[in-house]
Design a protein around this ligand. Structure first.
Ligand code: G6P
Length: 609
């Protein structure tokens, strides 16, 4: 959360920064700001979206080829103009943008106040600006050394960028806990909190690691550890291109990403399924397969939508491969002193590969000496780099804050892992072949589901004014019920709850009346007749039952709406069933006038605790 962008080169910085912020807006949209070195230092910042800033800044005053920018997701201090980044020292000589939380900012602030510093904002970042100023004033050190010394006094996390009017040829960046990437161009360098603002300028990038600082000049860059040890950094090539981060005529990224799922799943499966050899190949886990096969227990940690994919993974791996699985919220796992033993394997799932709690779960597994594997979408992300091995989703960039195509790709990767672990152990060659063929058919079946879009729009029109929703599913589709409810909450602000269908009688049934739509995931599987009984119970209490089903007739009698999806193997039904729920949430949110790509208070990548 919070987007950072920086530029040093021979082009005017301001438009590069504004474009970069626009591409980074999914990381936070409480305020936006830029600082440009132009003989002096000019700072423009404003509450609200980047567009607001872009429309009001005076570009003539912002001529300069060195600058930094920030789009904020507020942690300390309300979203307003004053708390917006960049923050400057009292003389306005240098400016800082920051992502993360300075945990000891109150103590540092008090100390600085006794030294005569006054504060304009409520942010922790302003403390850093004054702290660096204080060090520099007293020591006359070069700016990068003053920054380095300041950072040694800081407890907490930061991804920061800084420019100073006194050093018109230097951009400083430092990282601890919040990602930063240097983009290497021809006689120009870029900085980004992720790759999105860099892609249109360069594919060559350098990932900063925790505890590293970069001093970028017009002639090159040098990376050092915070302890001042120079480091050799590898230059990596970005996988994604500009094409993939454009809307291509779609009104919203979320809709584009829902519609892209057949292709994103094909990309996710590409090279990994061999019908001819009747096998699954997961290159990233090739050396870890024996460890996984020998595991006594697999613990999957994740947050948000990725946690829902993890729950599907539990059903998949236990159901197909018969290896015990536990699923944990990464935020709980990291703090409850979990017991890990020899024979345990931890898998973490994260679209961004940057979620702070999930990364902390990686560290906890490592601390306890347990192998930890990652399932990430963003290549080169921190979690991808810090895990022992893993599988990339290859779903392409996901820009919409509400995750859609990453969820289906996560479920697909977990399906492939489960099948690989089951092959030759719990599944015969013939069973495996049947299942593999069913997997290959999934993208086309999703294409069929996507054709229901108009029908689902009609459904959305009917229910758009509801204030509450219930989502019920069993077995493989219980996590899908949770995901459906989360999607609706996230983007339409309608209160929604997901439950295992049988739990309805233990509480949620009390809520049911004619104003309560209840969405059932009713697949013709081992639990179908039970779910049907639950629908009867809702209908008897005048609730509006909506069913997503691969079955017919009797369910139509009981439900107000029935969305029919194609049949597949039971363990693959989440991949089809989630799509109508994504579409329904999307259309309801659009009809309610909500900003689906940037829902209030949310951020795509939660890099603070
Ligand atoms: C945020 C996003 C969610 C996402 C969750 C986990 O809350 O808004 O869409 O599911 O973080 O993110 P990750 O990148 O770790 O999958």
């Amino acid at each position: 959360m919070c987007g950072i962008v920086g530029y040093i080169g021979d082009k005017p910085a301001v438009d590069i920064l504004i474009d970069g912020l626009q591409r980074l807006e999914y990381r936070g949209y409480d305020s936006a700001g830029v600082a440009i070195v132009n003989g002096g230092l000019s700072v423009e910042k404003k509450q609200g979206k980047v567009k607001g800033l872009s429309d009001t800044i005076n570009r003539a005053e912002l001529q300069g080829t060195l600058g930094i920018g920030h789009t904020r997701w507020a942690t300390h201090g309300r979203p307003n103009d004053v708390n917006a980044h960049p923050h400057t020292n009292s003389t306005g000589k240098f400016a800082i943008v920051h992502n993360g939380i300075i945990e000891n900012f109150t103590a540092l602030k008090e100390k600085l106040i006794t030294k005569g510093y006054s504060f304009e904002s409520e942010t922790d970042t302003e403390v850093l600006a004054h702290l660096i100023d204080d060090i520099q004033k007293n020591t006359m050190l070069p700016i990068e050394e003053a920054v380095r010394q300041a950072l040694t006094q800081v407890v907490g996390t930061y991804g920061l960028a800084m420019v100073s009017a006194d050093d018109p040829d230097t951009l400083i960046a430092a990282r601890k806990g919040s990602p930063l990437i240097i983009g290497v161009g021809e006689n120009e360098y870029f900085l980004g909190s992720d790759a999105a603002p860099l892609i249109e300028h360069t594919r060559q990038v350098v990932y900063l690691n925790d505890g590293e600082m970069a001093v970028i000049t017009r002639g090159g860059y040098q990376v050092k550890s915070i302890d001042n040890v120079p480091l050799e950094k590898e230059v990596h090539e970005l996988e994604w291109d500009l094409e993939q981060i454009e809307k291509h005529g779609y009104e919203h990224f979320m809709f584009k990403e829902i519609m892209e799922q057949p292709e994103s799943l094909e990309n996710c499966m590409r090279g990994r399924i061999s019908i001819q050899d009747n096998d699954v190949h997961l290159g990233g886990l090739i050396d870890s397969l024996d460890t996984l096969l020998a595991a006594d227990r697999i613990i999957i940690c994740a947050c948000g939508t990725s946690w829902h994919a993890a729950l599907v993974g539990e059903y998949l791996i236990e159901g197909l491969a018969r290896i015990p699985v536990e699923v944990e919220y990464a935020s709980e796992f990291r703090y409850r002193n979990p017991i890990l033993r020899e024979g345990d394997v931890v898998i973490v799932i994260s679209q961004s590969g940057e979620t702070a709690d999930t990364l902390a779960a990686v560290h906890e597994a490592k601390r306890q000496g347990v192998p930890v594997y990652g399932v990430c979408n963003v290549v080169g992300s921190t979690i991808a780099r810090e895990t022992d091995a893993g599988v990339y989703l290859h779903a392409g960039p996901e820009i919409g804050v509400a995750s859609t195509k990453a969820f289906s790709a996560q479920v697909m990767v977990l399906t492939l892992i489960a099948l690989k672990l089951a092959k030759g152990r719990t599944l015969s060659e013939a069973e495996f072949a049947t299942y593999l063929n069913a997997v290959v058919e999934i993208p086309d079946k999703i294409r069929e589901v996507l054709l229901l879009d108009e029908e689902i729009q009609g459904l959305a029109r009917v229910y758009r004014y509801a204030s509450n929703f219930l989502y019920l599913g069993r077995g493989f589709n219980f996590p899908v019920a949770l995901e459906g409810a989360l999607k609706l909450k996230e983007i339409s602000y309608i209160h929604a709850e997901g439950y295992p269908a049988a739990e309805m009688k233990h509480g949620p049934i009390a809520l049911i009346d004619r104003f309560m739509p209840v969405v059932f995931l009713a697949m013709k599987d081992s639990t179908y007749s039970k779910v049907l009984a639950n629908i009867e119970e809702v209908a008897a209490r005048q609730g509006s039952a909506i069913a997503i089903t691969d079955n017919g007739m009797e369910i139509e009698r009981l439900c107000e709406y029935v969305i029919k999806i194609p049949r597949t193997e039971e363990f693959l039904t989440p991949l089809l069933a989630v799509v109508p729920l994504q579409l329904m949430s999307y259309h309801i949110a659009v009809m309610r006038g909500c900003n689906v790509d940037q829902p209030r208070n949310l951020a795509k990548s939660v890099t603070v605790e």
